[in-house]
Design a protein. Structure first.
Length: 150
């Protein structure tokens, strides 16, 4: 059997695969000249259709990506508060979740990308004590000689 590889440009002219000539016969005993072997991310008998990852929708040669994904093939994650590494995120401090879109509240509760702090705490992530709480702890420490944690 002989194999020859050409750029897959017949009919559609997509150029997204290689045409393999193989002088075989199909199940109806008809001679098959070859087939198009598509490059990664492409499909179709002439490699004319893009493959979309992560639930994206193919529209011939381009994808419409679902929320949270981007790129030609919807294969790059969107990180709201972090850094994208292709298919995963490294979240900034104080953020978590697949897309780094969940706020971490150290002394409070999350409410739509913000924290509602417990009494006596402040800061974007409720990670700071109000000055009068810090002063109260300092005074108790001075009089009692013990570490007091609230």
């Amino acid at each position: 059997m002989q194999f020859y590889v050409f750029i897959c440009i017949f009919n559609s002219g997509s150029g997204h695969g290689n045409f393999v000539i193989n002088d075989r016969r199909n199940i109806n005993n008809k001679r098959v000249a070859g087939y198009c072997h598509c490059f990664q991310g492409w499909a179709g008998s002439h490699c004319e259709n893009i493959r979309c990852e992560h639930g994206g929708h193919s529209h011939g040669t381009h994808c419409t990506c679902t929320n949270g994904w981007t790129g030609d093939h919807c294969d790059h994650i969107v990180c709201i508060h972090g850094t994208s590494h292709g298919t995963h995120c490294t979240c900034d401090s104080g953020w978590s979740g697949t897309h780094c879109d969940y706020i971490e509240c150290y002394h409070g509760i999350p409410d739509h990308h913000q924290c509602i702090c417990q009494k006596g705490y402040t800061g974007f992530h409720c990670d700071g004590m109000l000055w009068y709480i810090q002063m109260y702890i300092h005074v108790l420490y001075m009089f009692l000689g013990k570490n007091i944690f609230i």
